[in-house]
Design a protein around this ligand. Structure first.
Ligand code: ADP
Ligand code: MN
Ligand code: MN
Ligand code: MN
Ligand code: MN
Length: 381
């Protein structure tokens, strides 16, 4: 196992010595027909993203054209060293904003190594326990679910940290900024902290083909939000995970840490959520949609505890009933109510159709788990 010598400090401080402008000199060199595919997958904690590069000889048209691959699962907490191979299957392709050109980012998921399975029997592959995408795919592929064309719009809140002190970016060393109030959707030095990263992320997502629908500064300084969606079915989870990967890569370049912790600073500071906006053919249908929404909410109420259990680690630190959250212990819903589990927009009862917002998921949500639960509860129960 590699160790970092204390003489050199952390890897972060070594990174600070590197000059990014040197890399830029080689970025536009021709690649002699080669294409770099960066395979990205979920590691063993369920919250970590891992990736490695595979060189291809031609441009793939779809994920099915991409070779199956494998990695050392003993190094990601996903397999024993004695039988360490984990199998990777490509699922979605995005343009790579870092390498540019024809290079791609690939969202992949992980399976037990095929022992005697021919390539045409991929359906017999067994997902490893941390492959949450697989169960999500099973639900999204259900005929009833497909017919309803479920759309998800996920609001990803996150907090930027000084990578050396691990304290929010731009906050006074060993101290706190002025109380919350001026920061949400703000502009100005000392208010909107870290916009360089937010802007770079927005452009990278557009380029990659991620359906990013907006960005805004959040209530706590150094906290930001972006939204991905509406995306149908599996695209929601795939795109949100890939947008997070892009954010981590930008953090690397700016030497800034990104945390998805649901309550990075205890006390009178807003936590970070991952609200999930949701609609289906039934809820979007004029006239009857509002009734369909009320039926779906009643189903969600019955499975509150199951949803909460899958809505993010440490969410109990955030869902206190304060700071624009609902209590974790009771289910509630309301029109325009930001203190409820589910918020229905003002226009929905008027238009008699539309979408609603599940405010319970925390910022570190696994979108495969959350979208699976919502589709399952509202469409299959
Ligand atoms: P908020 O008012 O809660 O801050 P945002 O504007 O941040 O809401 O996010 C709303 C999200 O809902 C966006 O990602 C948007 O694309 C998504 N959305 C819009 N219409 C629908 C719909 N019909 N179904 C699902 N999601 C939707
Ligand atoms: Mn090796
Ligand atoms: Mn929002
Ligand atoms: Mn928000
Ligand atoms: Mn919201």
């Amino acid at each position: 196992m590699a160790t970092v010598s204390p003489v050199f400090g952390t890897t972060q401080s070594i990174k600070g010595l590197l000059d990014h402008t040197i890399v830029d000199k080689f970025r536009d060199l021709p690649q002699n027909g080669k294409i770099a595919a960066e395979y990205v997958w979920l590691g063993g904690t369920g919250a970590d993203l891992r990736s490695k590069t595979k060189t291809l000889d031609k441009i793939p048209k779809s994920p099915a054209d991409l070779p199956k691959w494998n990695y050392d699962g003993s190094s990601t907490g996903q397999a024993p060293g004695t039988d360490s191979e984990v199998y990777l299957v490509a699922r979605a392709i995005y343009k790579d904003p870092f390498r540019g050109g024809d290079n791609i980012l690939v969202m992949a998921d992980a399976y037990e190594p095929p022992r005697q399975i021919a390539d045409d029997k991929m359906s017999e592959l067994k997902p490893i326990p941390t492959n949450t995408r697989f169960a999500c795919m099973k639900v999204m592929e259900d005929e009833k679910v497909k017919a309803e064309e479920p759309w998800f719009g996920i609001e990803q809140e996150y907090t930027l940290l000084n990578s050396v002190t691990k304290w929010p970016l731009g906050w006074p060393a060993c101290g706190y900024p002025g109380p919350q109030g001026p920061y949400y959707c703000s502009a100005g030095a000392g208010c909107a902290i870290g916009r360089e990263i937010v802007e770079a992320h927005l452009k990278c997502c557009y380029y990659a083909g991620i359906n990013i629908s907006g960005v805004n500064a959040e209530v706590m300084p150094a906290q930001w939000e972006f939204q991905v969606g509406p995306c149908q079915g599996m695209d929601a989870g795939d795109q949100l995970w890939m947008s997070r990967y892009i954010l981590l890569r930008l953090g690397e370049m700016f030497n800034v840490d990104v945390t998805l912790d649901p309550k990075p600073i205890p006390g009178d500071w807003n936590g970070a959520g991952g609200h999930c906006n949701y609609s289906t053919n039934s809820t979007r249908k004029e006239g009857t949609g509002w009734d369909a929404i009320k039926e779906q909410i009643a189903k969600l109420e019955k499975r509150h505890a199951v949803h909460i259990a899958g809505y993010g680690e440490g969410n109990e630190r955030r869902l206190t009933g304060k700071h624009e959250t609902s209590s974790m212990h009771e289910f509630s819903w309301g029109v325009a109510n930001r203190g409820a589990s589910i918020r229905v927009g003002r226009t929905v009862p008027v238009d008699k159709c539309g979408y609603y917002e599940d405010r319970r998921p925390s910022s570190n949500l696994d979108p495969y788990v959350v979208t699976k639960l919502i589709a399952e509860t509202t469409l299959l129960m």
